[in-house]
Design a protein around this ligand. Structure first.
Ligand code: PLP
Length: 379
């Protein structure tokens, strides 16, 4: 079955009793046992719930993982991943990382003795330099990164991780399994904010993991149940429903993004456009090899900083809002919103500067999006 079909059929015939085409929402916290010592396979919804199970099996299948796990948010999923480690362990991260992931490490897990190096993982040598023998236990990357759309070589980094007996973890939120399957490139764990493209409608928070290796999957399952930040049955159903249209949504958003990126590149007010679909992107070649498309996220910097406020305050079709991956186009100011918890010095060093805007392109008519940006810039 092709990926498009598998996505459209996610959870199809989830109900063996009635044959319901849409997966039923098993809105129950607990399950009646047939007799002492017997179970239907479901005991308590924190441990397992039939609706959530369909979603977990779907993400595992789409990412080619052994097992999938659904959490209440993307950060809850990433928290579960960090809980695999113990005090004294060290993780190498992409330096241009979602601000919430950075904050989780910097302000929460550092208290429990987990340390981190944030390096430019687009340059392989930086990984070798950051690696600490007997301490480094994982590499955690985004590719493309949020918000600078930097590309790292997932296959090469996975090989490096395995050579050193450590884990390779990829946050695949911006690509989704439709465009990139990190486990097939050698990664051990894939993380998603299901809130974004998978849900796709800016209406539900969710986090998903897919992993390979029975021991690793068992540990993640244990952590999921022990810590309890699971996705509710209704939200599992919403994410499943969103996923079914991922292919057509992504196709349209990606086409739009390509056109908006080209239009922005030709504007004299724009200093630089960050989008892996542009030939000018420094790692467009690697991205082409490891993915099936550039996606629907782009960032751009403006020559005159005052334009940032002008654009944000004057867009009408595009919404000034945090988040990404929905059907509506959103514009975000990373330095003041999604990445404000990254220290200014680090932000400036990696390029998340005050003149940078990020756009998550939706499925609207692209001319409306371009005209909206044009009128906002010229106001
Ligand atoms: C790349 C990436 N990973 C993880 C997250 C966290 O997801 P959530 O907001 O669902 O907790 C986000 C949120 O914006 C993100 O952009």
């Amino acid at each position: 079955m092709k990926l498009d079909t598998a996505i459209a059929h996610a959870g199809l015939c989830g109900d063996p009793v009635t044959g319901a085409v849409s997966t039923p929402i098993y809105q129950t916290s607990t399950f009646r046992h047939p007799a002492l010592g017997e179970s239907t396979g479901f005991d308590y919804s924190r441990s397992s719930n039939p609706t959530r199970k369909v979603l977990e099996e779907s993400i595992a299948a789409l990412e080619s993982g052994e097992k999938g796990f659904a959490f209440s948010t993307g950060l809850a999923a990433i928290t579960a991943v960090f809980m695999l480690f113990k005090s004294g362990d060290h993780i190498i991260f992409s330096d241009d990382l979602y601000g919430g992931t950075y904050r989780l490490l910097d302000k929460v897990f550092s208290q429990f003795g987990l340390s981190a190096s944030f390096v430019d993982t687009t340059c392989f040598k930086n990984l070798e330099k950051a690696f600490i023998k007997d301490k480094t236990k994982a590499v955690f990357i985004e590719s493309p990164t949020n918000p600078l759309l930097k590309i790292s070589d997932i296959r090469k980094i996975s090989a490096f991780a395995h050579k050193n007996n450590i884990l390779c973890i990829v946050d695949n939120t911006l690509m989704t399994p439709l465009l990139q399957q990190p486990l097939l490139l050698g990664a051990d764990i894939v993380a998603h904010s299901g809130t974004k493209f998978l849900g796709g409608h800016n209406d539900t928070l969710a986090g998903l993991l897919a992993a390979n290796g029975s021991e690793l999957c068992a540990r993640l399952a244990f952590i999921q149940n022990a810590t309890g930040a699971v996705l509710s049955p209704f939200d599992s159903w919403l994410i499943l429903r969103g996923m079914k249209t991922l292919s057509v949504r992504m196709q349209r958003s990606q086409e739009n993004a390509q056109k908006v990126a080209r239009w922005l590149s030709a504007r004299r007010q724009v200093a630089r456009v960050y989008y892996p679909g542009l030939e000018s992107h420094p790692h467009a070649d690697i991205h082409k090899i490891q993915s099936a498309g550039p996606g629907a996220m782009l960032s751009f910097s403006v020559k005159d900083k005052s334009l940032v406020e002008k654009i944000i305050n004057n867009v009408k079709v595009i919404s000034f809002a945090e988040s990404l991956g929905g059907i509506e186009t959103l514009i975000t100011y990373p330095a003041k919103q999604t990445h404000s918890d990254i220290p200014e010095e680090l932000r400036n060093r990696i390029g998340i500067t005050d003149d940078l805007l990020r756009i998550s392109i939706g499925i609207e008519d692209v001319n409306d999006l371009i005209n909206d940006l044009k009128q906002a810039m010229e106001k």
